[in-house]
Design a protein around this ligand. Structure first.
Ligand code: UTP
Length: 482
């Protein structure tokens, strides 16, 4: 970096009260200095100052709304309804025409799962040990074969996991997909700040930073040329999901159809909350604007805790983080980036103290700033399009190994889902007193995408269910050891 640029960066940092980040400059070799300068050059100081003023040096009161209405969701797709059949036709036509691309967000830090590697490399299959990435890829491949199309797959990573994620795909031959149709793109990082609004150093030549949240998808899609790539390929619709949802239907034709028929800017799937305090965001309409209110904010808005006459939550629409947007919408929101809301979280952030000693805090000590993809819904100009789903077979978020939203629960849920398929095909699955399957089952998404297809493919077969089994893409059965 030229001296003039270096001086300019130092001046900017000083001007914004962050000159201390050059504290160890004299101890750095040339490579270290260049690393620090590159890191500082990537900071948007004006925006950081705005966030610090708003969220750190002040403690703004929560927003208040005159009226919060439940979102009016489309009931789960059902081939017996004409509206669903119409959506299916529309969605399938869009897939056949190559209008659909897939966005996967995999840039998070995965701290709660504590897995050593990208979350998508987690071996989720209880019989096969197949990873989340392999399952997602198989589902995409199946759709491509079925609809005779290419589904470009755009995978968002961050500085925390970009290299290992790319390497994992290379190592596994892109799981049978064409490498030119799998694109990794990197989201931005933002500095963490302490209680005084000062940036922290992770090392002497690097700021402590965090990925800018899944809302970072919007700018990253544009800045990394993904939107251009979509336009080149004739893709106008992007489906969005999170890496830790093993059960995802990555490009569900019903959902695509409803989205296109009803406005096609940004749409969402929603699921019925089990109980009013369930820890999921809630889709609702606040003073006329479509919002998702985080579960941590439920107590700020008592309306969200109301029950109806059947003792069911009035605000039933939980957020499984499955969205869809048009390429034009991403572009529009990108150009309105200054209005995209930011959120803060107070977290433990390891850093160096003034003497350069490593501090590993035992309690939260710094703010992380993030944007959330669901805030994109605030920008839609049409009626909300929310499609209700049954959680089973669509939503198994994996945040930790055990407990709620865990690996253990996800496996139970998939066993139940695939167990139902196997029984629908005429075989019996051993079940315990609560009706839960006593064996693990896995079915390759390449063998069947839907229950109907599985039943059709099973004609004349009896699946051996005395112990755990995996049915591969050719319908061959593999048994668990022991
Ligand atoms: P979570 O908020 O659950 O975060 O992300 P996480 O990284 O998986 O786990 P914790 O909170 O550190 O334990 C939901 C989805 O959004 C992606 C994640 O990769 C996951 O697919 N994400 C999150 C990003 O891509 N970037 C981010 O900055 C944050």
């Amino acid at each position: 970096m030229a001296i003039a640029e270096e001086n300019e960066l130092r001046r900017t940092a000083e001007e914004y009260g962050q000159g201390h980040i050059f504290r160890f400059w004299d101890e750095l070799d040339e490579a270290g200095r260049q690393r620090l300068l590159a890191d500082v050059a990537s900071v948007n100081f004006r925006r950081m100052q705005r966030l610090i003023d708003q969220w750190v040096l002040n403690d703004p009161p929560p927003e208040s709304f005159k009226e919060i209405l439940p979102v009016d969701a489309i009931p789960p797709a059902d081939p017996d309804r004409e509206d669903s059949r119409e959506a299916l036709r529309e969605g399938e036509a869009a897939l056949r025409a190559g209008r659909v691309g897939i966005v996967l967000v995999a840039g998070g830090q995965g701290t709660r799962l504590g897995f050593d590697g990208p979350k998508g490399a987690y071996p989720i299959g209880p019989v096969t040990g197949k990873t989340l990435f392999e399952y997602h890829a198989a589902k995409i491949r199946k759709l491509e074969l079925e609809f005779g199309c290419t589904l470009p797959w755009y995978i968002m990573v961050s500085a925390t996991n970009a290299e290992p994620t790319r390497a994992f795909f290379e190592e596994h031959g892109y799981f049978g997909l064409q490498a030119q149709d799998v694109t990794f793109f990197q989201q931005d990082m933002v500095p963490c700040v302490d209680d005084e609004g000062k940036f922290l150093l992770e090392t002497k030549d690097q700021l402590a930073k965090n990925p800018n949240g899944h809302g970072g998808t919007i700018p990253a899609l544009v800045d990394n040329g993904i939107i251009e790539d979509c336009r080149r390929r004739g893709v106008d619709t992007l489906t969005y999901f999170q890496v830790d949802n093993w059960a995802i239907k990555p490009a569900d034709p019903y959902y695509i159809g409803y989205h296109l028929l009803r406005g096609g800017e940004m749409s969402s799937k929603v699921h019925r909350k089990h109980e009013v305090r369930e820890s999921v965001g809630v889709h609702c309409v606040c003073d006329g604007e479509y919002r998702v209110i985080e579960y941590s904010e439920l107590d700020l808005y008592p309306q969200l805790l109301e029950m109806d006459e059947h003792e069911e939550p009035v605000h039933y629409a939980g957020n499984p983080a499955i969205h869809m947007f048009s390429v034009d919408f991403v572009d529009r929101v990108y150009h309105d980036a200054d209005n995209f809301p930011w959120h803060r979280a107070y977290k433990k952030v390891p850093h160096l103290d003034e003497q350069g000693k490593e501090v590993d805090p035992k309690k939260p000590n710094a703010y992380k700033f993030e944007t959330f993809i669901f805030d994109g819904l605030r920008f839609i100009q049409h009626e909300p399009v929310a499609l209700e789903i049954h959680r089973l077979g669509e939503y198994t978020p994996i945040k930790q190994f055990e407990g709620s939203n865990s690996v253990v629960q996800a496996r139970k849920s998939q066993n139940r889902y695939w167990g139902d398929w196997i029984e629908a095909a005429g075989s019996t699955v051993p079940r315990n007193a609560e009706g839960a399957p006593e064996i693990d089952s896995e079915i390759s998404p390449l063998f069947a995408r839907t229950r109907e297809e599985f039943v059709a493919q099973s004609k004349g077969k009896r699946w051996p269910t005395d112990k755990s089994l995996y049915i591969d893409e050719h319908g061959e059965v593999h048994r668990a050891e022991g």
